[in-house]
Design a protein around this ligand. Structure first.
Ligand code: ZN
Length: 412
């Protein structure tokens, strides 16, 4: 199995790993809008070439990008890199390279100018999830340096748009048949002693209330969309309370109970022509419904649309679905998942705990859509989607060692 020489080979050049991560942070792949993707893919293509991988860039056709995003001003690119060792089976590693926008004052100034302090590397996207990309490259470099071959062919995808649902990233590659593997590791969703065995699902809806404008001097001639929206949101509270019932909850492998949730009005607003002395003709608000394993997004969507209809009564409203992701769960005891768990235990010398994350990752594209066994595992960072995002560099190396161990030991 993993000999100490491989472990040492992976950890041999921590400065290179930190440099790679810093390089990645400096390319501001902010999504939305989906900036600098081409620069980042060019950087990865060069790194992967240096590691002896074959590469293919999958550029999403502009027409498809325009349909999903609204326009094609920012091209969507995904990179697939392979190390074919002639093994009968292939393992796929996926990492997304887009990051969420950065706001607020950061201790170090510019969030896209990385810096090190206290053994951590700071910068937007370090934790979510460029450190995992650096760890994956480090694992492959370590295997090369030690002269060891993985037990399975290695296929890596570096994908865009996870932060906006992944349809043109991991989703696009899976739909194109570009993922040719027997198991998948999505390089986020758990870390440390946790083995990522799935995630909750999510449904985003936009509810639009259509009223009728009128002069505020004669409001009786109009239909106030804002007031109707307020009534609809109050009406939805009944539905939200139903979600808390024990019948709806789900108990994870760690024994923790989890209930579905509903968040109203993450985004809300009026319409064009809003004015203080006008009865508002339009109001809209968002719904974020989190699904626990066992629920299906199709069922939940029809149930929630019914609840909106019931709450709306005679109000005219239009409901649009913005994001639909099924929950996904894998069996921690199944072949490749258990093998990955053993790799964590071997490197970190800890009791491994299965974990289902409350957020969502791209794992469902591989598990639900492509039907592959898969796990989520990456670097344990802090400040993701917030300020002063950072990762401990020691953890990047340890995660790389876990990847390398898993590759060497194989899928079962
Ligand atoms: Zn992420």
């Amino acid at each position: 199995m993993m000999t100490n020489d491989l472990k040492r080979a992976v950890a041999a050049e921590p400065a290179t790993t930190a440099q790679w991560l810093a390089d990645l942070v400096r390319i501001p792949t902010v999504n939305p809008p989906g900036a600098a993707y081409a620069d980042l893919v060019a950087w990865l293509d060069e790194r992967c070439a240096a590691l002896g991988l074959t590469r293919q860039v999958h550029r999403v056709p502009d027409a498809v990008t325009a349909r999903v995003v609204g326009d094609a001003a920012w091209p969507r690119l995904n990179l697939v890199a392979r190390w074919d060792v002639g093994a009968p089976r292939t393992v796929h590693f996926n990492a997304h390279y887009d990051v969420v926008p950065a706001a607020g004052p950061w201790r170090g100034g510019d969030p896209f100018v990385p810096y090190q302090a206290g053994g951590h590397l700071y910068g937007r996207g370090t934790s979510d999830m460029k450190a995992a990309i650096a760890a994956l490259l480090t694992a492959i470099a370590g295997l090369r340096r030690a002269g060891r071959q993985p037990a399975a062919n290695v296929e890596c995808s570096f994908t865009c748009d996870e932060e906006t649902g992944g349809e043109l990233g991991a989703g696009y590659l899976v739909r194109q048949g570009a993922v040719q593997a027997d198991a998948v590791v999505v390089c986020e969703g758990a870390a440390g002693a946790h083995l990522g065995c799935g995630h909750n699902g999510v449904l985003w809806l936009d509810v639009e209330i259509l009223g009728k404008a009128a002069h505020a001097a004669r409001p009786q001639l109009g239909v106030n969309a804002f007031e109707q929206m307020a009534a609809v949101t109050v009406g939805l509270d009944r539905y939200r309370r139903r979600l808390a019932s024990a019948r709806r909850s789900w108990t994870g492998p760690d024994g923790q109970r989890r209930s579905p949730t509903l968040t109203l009005g993450g985004v809300f607003g009026g319409g064009p022509g809003d004015k203080i002395n006008t009865v508002p003709a339009r109001a809209h608000f968002s719904l974020d419904r989190r699904l626990v394993p066992g629920e299906s997004v199709a069922t939940v969507e029809s149930e929630l649309r019914q609840a909106v209809d019931a709450a709306a009564g005679t109000a005219r409203c239009r409901v649009r679905s913005l994001l639909r992701i099924d929950p996904c769960v894998v069996d921690p005891a199944s072949g490749p998942v258990a093998a990955f768990g053993r790799a964590i235990r071997a490197v970190r010398r800890c009791q491994v705990q299965p974990r289902i994350t409350a957020g969502f990752t791209d794992l469902h594209y591989f598990v639900v859509d492509a039907g592959l066994p898969g796990v989520g595992y990456g670097v344990r960072g802090a400040g993701a989607h917030g300020r002063d995002e950072r990762v401990p560099l020691a953890d990047v190396t340890q995660t790389a060692q876990v990847y390398a161990h898993f590759l060497l030991a194989g899928l079962d």
